[in-house]
Design a protein around this ligand. Structure first.
Ligand SMILES: *Cc1c(COP(=O)(O)O)cnc(C)c1O
Length: 342
């Protein structure tokens, strides 16, 4: 029996229909700007988010790193929260690729306020301080348990950015998950930001890739940085076709992932050794275990029952629902956690 893989929404396999779309994709050399399918994906994503241009990137990490590189100069400072992907999960890239320091703002499950940003901006007159240049927002927020931002707070942060001449980047790896909950459109989410990175390989179920969108000058510069980072791809239309397919067929179903995450949370909440459950807003469920159970003993117990999850902290475990987790899989988890734990 195959595993019910709840480690991440990146583990999905392309569906037969997605593979068919990839198989028939029209391609060309995208470094020469000749791949019509890549071009179609870039244009479509840019239009969706109300930006001028898009850039297809091999990963969300590269899309974020390119954005940071274009928005900043070495020695600048980036404002984000402690759990931000750009700080915690990109191999030190913000510091190594762009020579930037980061300043953390306090956050409520990954979300911070305009006042907190305002307080974190360095005085531009103080030559001994790093120049604050960029604010990074992550929506939905991974370490916040898939928490969703309030768009009105983002607009207030935009105002602070304007007052201080700061750029605002959205790490929208899971922005479509957030939109499925708050009902705002991609154009509404795109509006407050100078740049947005969107993952195709998470909830959208494509095998590879992210799209970075922004103004045409920004994307021109981003294209050069992508090449410098080694991300210029040739007949990438094969991959872009999966992204286009996902935009057509995999957005409406995100609500199913969210429903199943809530069901999963209810199942986990029943376990006597689950001490705490983060509020479940999208497709991520994070639990904290009590002293009776450690993560290194819990994960193998799950695995024996064909369920995979990941450690997310000393006593924390993360479960993520996605395209390859159906109602039957949730029913299996329900059964598996009913028996043999006490
Ligand atoms: C997954 C993810 C990314 C990008 O990850 P890649 O694996 O490089 O595609 C960026 N930000 C967040 C919040 C993510 O969850």
């Amino acid at each position: 029996m195959s595993f019910i893989d709840l480690r991440s929404d990146t583990v999905t396999h392309p569906t037969p229909a997605m593979r068919a779309a990839m198989l028939t994709a029209e391609v060309g050399d995208d470094v020469f700007g000749e791949d019509p399918t890549v071009h179609a994906l870039e244009t479509r994503m840019a239009q969706l988010f109300g930006h001028e241009a898009g850039l297809f990137c091999p990963s969300g990490t590269m899309a974020n790193q390119i954005a940071i590189n274009v928005h900043t100069r070495p020695g600048d400072e980036v404002i984000c929260e402690e759990g931000a992907h750009i700080y915690r999960y990109e191999g030190g890239g913000t510091m190594a690729n762009s020579g930037c320091s980061v300043k953390f703002v306090p956050a409520d499950r990954g979300r911070f306020t305009a006042e907190e940003v305002e307080a974190a901006v360095n005085d531009p007159e103080a030559t001994y301080l790093a120049r604050t240049r960029l604010v990074n927002i992550e929506n939905s927020n991974n370490r916040g348990g898939g928490s969703v931002w309030d768009i009105d707070e983002v607009k207030r942060i935009r105002t602070v950015c304007d007052r201080h001449g700061l750029k605002l980047h959205l790490d929208g790896a899971r922005i479509f998950n957030a939109m499925a909950v708050d009902g705002n459109s991609a154009a509404q989410w795109g509006a407050p930001f100078d740049s947005v990175s969107i993952c195709l390989s998470k909830g959208l179920g494509a095998p590879v890739g992210s799209v970075l969108v922004g103004g045409s000058t920004f994307i021109d510069q981003a294209r050069r940085v992508r090449k410098r980072f080694g991300g210029g791809m040739r007949q990438a239309g094969i991959l872009a076709a999966a992204g286009l397919y996902a935009l057509d067929h995999h957005l409406d179903r995100l609500a199913d992932d969210h429903r199943r995450a809530k069901q999963l949370a209810a199942i986990l909440e029943r376990c006597p050794f689950v001490e705490q459950l983060m509020p479940v807003e999208t497709n991520i469920v994070i639990v904290t275990l009590d002293q009776r159970m450690t993560v290194p003993s819990f994960l193998p117990k799950l695995k024996e029952r064909n369920i995979l999850a990941v450690q997310f902290g000393p006593q924390m475990v993360r479960f993520v629902t996605h395209l390859d987790v159906d109602d039957k899989a949730i029913a299996h988890v329900d059964e598996a956690l009913k028996h043999g734990y006490e």
